[in-house]
Write a protein that binds this ligand. Sequence first.
Ligand code: FAD
Length: 426
Amino acid sequence: MAEAVDSMCEEKIMHKEVAIIGSGIAGLSLAHELSCLGIGSAIIDRQAVAGGQAAGFACKATDSCQRCGACIVHDYVSKVTIDDMIEPLLSCHILDSSRTSAGFELLLNEVPARIDQAKCSGCGICKKVCPSPGAIRINPYTGSFFIEYSECLLARGFSCSVCEQACFDDAISISSESVPKKVEALAIAIATGFEPFDATIKKRFGYGRIPGVITSLDLENLFRSGYFQNMGSENSFSSIAFVQCVGSRDIKIGRNYCSRVCCGYAMRSARLLKFMFPSIKVTMFFMDLQTFDRDFEDRVMAASREVDLIRGIPSEIKLGASGKPEVVYNDNDDEVRVEEFDMVTLSVGMGPTTPHIGGYLGFIGANSGNYGDGSFGNPDPTTTGVFRAGSANGPRTIQESIEHAAHVACEIDRYLCKIKSGVDVE
Ligand SMILES: Cc1cc2nc3c(=O)[nH]c(=O)nc-3n(C[C@H](O)[C@H](O)[C@H](O)COP(=O)(O)OP(=O)(O)OC[C@H]3O[C@@H](n4cnc5c(N)ncnc54)[C@H](O)[C@@H]3O)c2cc1C
């Protein structure tokens, strides 16, 4: 396959010192740090829009900033977009990879954008007519729409052009062809991030089955879509519960680690809801509140005046007679209680991405690097020249991912200095 793509993309070869896989906050900040050190990079992402998962988070400011970090991602996207040292390769899927005498080669397939961002007015008719939920998404930076090809019917071999036919702006061209590309680099940085825990695995919490049970990512979408802001003054939304550690600190499902971010994001969301609906009852079920942030303890103290904190994870969430979720839990006096809420948010944790990177980067050991082990740098000798940044290497907040990427940039700089001066790096 390598030769086939080679001959197809003779003129599309890109030489960069570092190829970064993943354009989340870790990949973006790593590219920026490398650029500050005079090192050029290409950022490869299979998504059409840079920023990773945090690009979809809502600002959690109340009457003051809650330091959620969502806006930082937008700042980094702007920095990277105007930096000549950085080449963003979005909508690019890795077809093949190899180690060469000079470093690494990655063969990519660039899926065409299909929606011309300059022509799209953001009317949203394409999203309304699209038969595949999730295929047409809004660009959080521009307000225009783009196609997430992996969700599109075309990616599954069907023929469909309803969005193209419906578009008033003549911005959609479904028939565009994929473009093969090749990147040659001296080092590889894996910044492929994490996958949120699939809440349907915890059947006793009824996600997908009981109306009103949502995940923290669903809650982000509700904030972003203006769902709460658009509730009329006579709304009946009066109670919400947060269930912490869903898919974290759970030895039974092989996740015996803390995801580090959930206490912070749940507490910020709780405070924002309290700010929007002062009379709402907010209850948080937790195992142990984690205080990784500098000012977290102060914020917990402030929140505990507004939020009912109950130590213990509910045993079950049931469908109540009124059609709302009922939470079964032991209260702080160890009495079993059943309480109805309008909404229950499951605070889902962070886990490794699937498939394992070893599946598409042939030179990575199948077991290299365990998610949550906290280590960084080269996980084993077979991966010399390959680095991991951000949450690809364990659960991290946005700020922690930026700090980790800065550290990795120094590691890469040292590595490049060594290979350029002929020092043995094996
Ligand atoms: C529900 C929830 C809420 C959160 N809220 C907060 C918060 O309020 N504040 C905070 O600081 N942190 C929060 N976090 C944590 C935050 O999401 C992470 O710190 C941040 O996203 C890590 O960035 P990253 O770049 O490491 O990974 P990601 O954001 O996961 O980015 C990884 C990128 O790599 C790309 N990628 C993956 N695999 C491939 C591949 N094979 N080929 C090409 N590209 C690939 C992906 O498309 C993605 O763009 C939250 C996490 C969750 C689950």
